[in-house]
Design a protein around this ligand. Sequence first.
Ligand code: SF4
Length: 311
Amino acid sequence: MRTSGGLSVAITRARDHLYLSTHQRVTSQSAAPSPYFTLAAGPSAPLVTAAPWTPTQLPAHPHGAGDKPTFSFSELAQYQSCPLQYRFRQNLGFQPQAAKELGYGRAVHHVLRRLAEHVRQHGDVPSLLGFEQLFDREFYLPYADRSAWETMEARARTVVTHYLTHFRADLDRVWEVERSFELHLDSANVVGRADVILDREDGLPGGLALVDYKTRSVAKVDEAMALQLQVYTAAARGEGYDVRAAWLHDLTAPKAAARVTVASTPDVVLIATQALTALARGVRDRSFPAQPGDGCRYCDVRPLCRHARTQ
Ligand code: SF4
C-alpha cells in the first residue's frame, strides 16, 4: 500500500488501537479528507462523527523488575478524577489548548519566592519602590494578550500585597520554596513539588510546615488537594524531616479564612500513601474506566468522550 511516511509509521507502530481521523471543517471552510486518509480508510468508508469507542482495560505491558514507572503527583490526581480523561490526555496526547491564564499561579508563586529570597538576603521586605521593581521584573505570563495580562497582573499585585500585609512573618520562616519530593511506592515512584516549606513550626527550629498556595478561591478542600499535601508530608518524613503541619493557603481569602489545615497525622498520611499506591497501580495495570461526574462540565476531552455526563 502506498501511504505517506507518517501514516505508515502510525499504522505499523500502533500498539493497542489505531484511530484515523479527518476534519469536516478547518475553521469555517469545508475540508476533504487527505488522500492518505481515503486510501487507508477506503473511499466509501462511513464517516463516524460520534465520540470514538475506547477500551477501559488495555492489555498489560510486560513489566520488568527495573521499569518501575515514575508519575508526577498531578498525573495521578488527574487519574483519580477520571481514569479515562487521564488516558486521553497522557496516553493519547490530547492536551488542552494553552489558556491565556496559563502560568498565573506559577507567576504569583515566583514573585513570592523572590520576596522570600530578598528577605533572606536583606533581613526585610523591599521598600515600596523596590517591591514595584521586583514585581515588574519577575511577573510573567507566557500566553496572555495585553488585556488578559493587565487584568491578571492587577489581580496578582493585589494578592501579593495582601500576603505581605497579613503574612509578612511567614517570609522570615521560609525554609525552602518549590521543593521537589520523591515518594517511592511499591508499584511506582511519585514526584512533585511543595510550594513553600516554613521552618520553626510550633516555635521549633527544624519543625516544618508544608504550605500549598492557591491563587484561586478554595470553596472547599477537596480530596486531591489534601492528598497532595499528605503525600508530600510522607515524602518529607521519609527523608527524615520533622513535618508538624500542612495547610492550604488561599491567597485570595481574607486573613481569617486564608489557611485551612490539612490532617497530617501518621495514620492519615499512611492512608493517603495507600490511596496513591492504588492510583499508580491503576495506571500501571492500564485500567481506564470512565468516571463521569461534575468534572465532565470542565473536561477538555469531553467532545471525544461517550460517557460525558450531560447535566
Ligand atoms: S467527559 Fe467526564 S467521563 Fe469523559 S473523560 Fe471527561 S471527566 Fe471522564
